[in-house]
Design a protein around this ligand. Structure first.
Ligand code: UN1
Length: 516
């Protein structure tokens, strides 16, 4: 199928001409020749939107060498000046928000509003990073020794590897790359092999800024590859930090490889996020959050709502409202303004979705709505499904797992909020969580040290849709990393404690005397 005019316009606006790129070190692109090619189809309509070359280990070597040379230049640029480059990137993103948002939507399948939201996250992190570029603070301390001064500094770290997932094909890279950039690091980005075109588009935006500022190759690198490239990066001692987003299975592999060489890793892995609805909840408000969290991005956010823990006194009411809302959800082409639910990323994801529903029913789960693959003119790709709701129990194997699809498990609790919290915490993952209640005792209990064990715990807000200002990430199988807001920048720098003696004596710490 030919690419539609609308997408051609987008590619033109973003200046994308490369036929089958394999990697870019910022200004130049390496293409084709002797590399395997991967064809990218849009999950929205099945159109072929790109053919990319898979980078080879030799390509990787070239990228790392170029990045290492660039680091020597970039680290000497003062941090606020690095911030100025990021500011310009943010401006370019503003200029291209509509086009890039459309491309995200078309390549990944999330609806246009969410595609635009993703680009907005990129703009927000740029703004955040610009401010940060003048605030890479360390502490000063009082020395126990006379005429001594102690302080700490944060220095640039080096090459940062970024492995990103298809579901947020560009935002999660920017969270890492923009903070790393103001910190004085260079980045090598391996986007998901399912969504390389949006990565290529970002690299074009970056290239314009690099060219306008006469900056060298190697500061922002992108390499199109599969797990092999990710593994090279994870084992490479020249890459002091690897930031990886994706499944827990992938994250464990990366974390182990990086750990074995005592490198640093920042892992943002699976979630199994729950919303607790107590009998004191504003039910209508909760329903909005539940539906956005469960079917938004077709259930493919790491923060998607997967479990609903409902008090028995309001269980039937919530269930009934959901079974009324779900059939009315407009499912269709993500660029159609009326759509709320787009397609899954590919047919493999559809198989996983169906498999999970089958398994959970075999365990005793009751499918109450959805779970079908749509067919017909609008849905020829076979990637459109109807979001499912299943009544289940927390201990079921499938409920314990993260299925990257729109499946919402309804779980019932009785008695007090502690019982709900126990269910919420009773999974391996620990990313996002929330409670809907207007009772202060319940909401505060949820936020205590014996409350939610997740990295994100919200009150009267759903599990997905976090803002840039807060640190993003989670505990347990989610990997423990924190990205984007708060002091997440620290991991991109190396910390150094400096003690300076401005006297004429050499007193030792702890009062030790040592005469020579
Ligand atoms: C992800 O799904 O990998 O909180 C990130 C959210 C988004 C980020 C999700 N801001 O839903």
């Amino acid at each position: 199928l030919p690419i539609t005019k609308a997408i051609q316009d987008v590619l033109q606006q973003l200046g994308i001409k490369e036929l089958n790129p394999a990697y870019s070190t910022g200004l130049q692109w390496a293409e084709g020749e002797g590399r395997t090619t991967r064809t990218i189809l849009s999950p929205a309509d099945g159109n072929k939107i790109a053919a990319v070359s898979m980078a080879t280990p030799e390509d990787y070597e070239k990228v790392v060498t170029t990045a290492a040379a660039a680091f020597k230049v970039w680290r000497k640029v003062p941090a606020p000046k690095r911030g100025e480059i990021v500011r310009q990137i943010g401006d370019k993103l503003r200029q291209h928000k509509e086009a890039l948002g459309k491309l995200v939507s078309y390549e990944m399948g999330k609806i246009l509003q969410e595609g635009l939201g993703e680009v907005q996250e990129m703009i927000d992190i740029c703004d955040f990073a610009v401010g940060l570029s003048r605030q890479l603070h360390g502490y000063t301390m009082h020395s126990e020794r006379p005429e001594h001064r102690m302080y700490e500094q944060y220095h640039p770290l080096g090459i940062v590897g970024v492995i990103s997932a298809f579901n947020f094909p560009v935002a999660v890279w920017s969270w890492n790359a923009m903070l790393a950039a103001v910190c004085g690091d260079v980045t090598i980005w391996k986007p998901s092999e399912k969504t390389p075109l949006t990565a290529i588009a970002c690299q074009h935006i970056i290239r314009d800024v690099l060219t306008e500022n006469e900056l060298p190759e190697g500061i922002f690198n992108v390499i199109i590859g599969d797990a092999e490239i990710g593994s090279l990066m994870a084992h490479d001692t020249r890459v002091p930090l690897v930031s990886a987003t994706g499944s827990t299975r992938m994250g464990k592999k990366v974390g182990e490889a990086v750990g074995a060489r005592l490198g640093k890793s920042l892992l943002e892995l699976g979630g199994n996020n729950a919303i607790i609805i107590t009998e004191n909840a504003n039910i209508e408000m909760a329903l909005m959050a539940v539906v956005f969290g469960a079917v938004g991005t077709c259930g493919q956010r790491c923060t998607s709502t997967r479990r609903l823990i409902i008090h028995e006194n309001v269980y039937e009411q919530v269930k009934e409202r959901l079974t009324k809302i779900y059939p009315g959800l407009p499912i269709g082409h993500p660029l159609d303004a009326t759509t709320l639910v787009g397609p899954l990323i590919d047919k493999e994801a559809v198989t996983t979705f169906l498999g999970a529903l089958e398994k959970v029913q075999a365990e005793g789960g009751k499918l109450i709505i959805g779970g079908e693959v749509l067919s017909g003119a609008k849905y020829q790709t076979g990637t459109y499904v109807t979001p499912a709701i299943v009544e289940a129990e927390n201990h079921y194997e499938m409920v314990q797992e993260e299925t990257f699809a729109p499946i919402l498990y309804l779980l019932k609790y009785s008695g007090d909020v502690e019982n709900a919290i126990e269910l919420q915490n009773g999974v391996k993952q620990g990313l996002s969580s929330s409670i809907f209640s207007t009772n202060l005792l319940e909401t505060e209990a949820f936020l205590t040290h014996w409350g939610s064990d997740c990295g994100i715990a919200n009150v009267n807000i759903g599990t997905s849709g976090a803002e840039i200002g807060g640190a993003f990430g989670g505990e347990k199988d989610t990997g423990g990393g924190r990205e984007s807001g708060s002091d997440a920048w620290r991991i991109y720098m190396r910390r150094q404690t400096n003690t300076i003696n401005y006297g004429r004596e050499l007193p030792l710490a702890q009062g030790i005397t040592f005469k020579i």
